[in-house]
Design a protein. Structure first.
Length: 74
C-alpha cells in the first residue's frame, strides 16, 4: 500500500515565459521543423519553446532531472 503526498512547489513551473497570457501554447506544423528539433521542458530556455541547454544548470541548482523533447524526422 503506497500513500502519495501532494507536494506544493515553492516556485511556479514557469517562472517568466509569457506571463502576460493565461496559458502558454506553442503550435508548429511538422513541415516547419528542422530534421532534429529540441523543445524545452524546463521552462528556463532563453529560446523557449526551443531548448538552449539551460536545463543542465537548472537541474544542478534544483536537483531536478528534466530535459528536452527531441523530435526527429526520419
Ligand atoms: Fe529547457 Fe533544455 S533548456 S529543456
Amino acid at each position: 500500500y503506497v500513500t502519495y503526498r501532494f507536494i506544493v512547489p515553492k516556485s511556479p513551473c514557469n517562472p517568466k515565459i509569457k506571463k502576460d497570457v493565461p496559458k502558454v501554447v506553442d503550435s508548429f506544423d511538422i513541415e516547419e521543423l528542422a530534421d532534429r528539433t529540441s523543445f524545452c521542458r524546463c521552462w528556463r530556455s532563453k529560446k523557449f519553446p526551443y531548448c538552449d541547454g539551460a536545463h543542465s544548470d537548472y537541474n544542478v541548482k534544483s536537483s531536478d532531472n528534466v530535459g528536452p523533447l527531441v523530435i526527429k524526422k526520419k
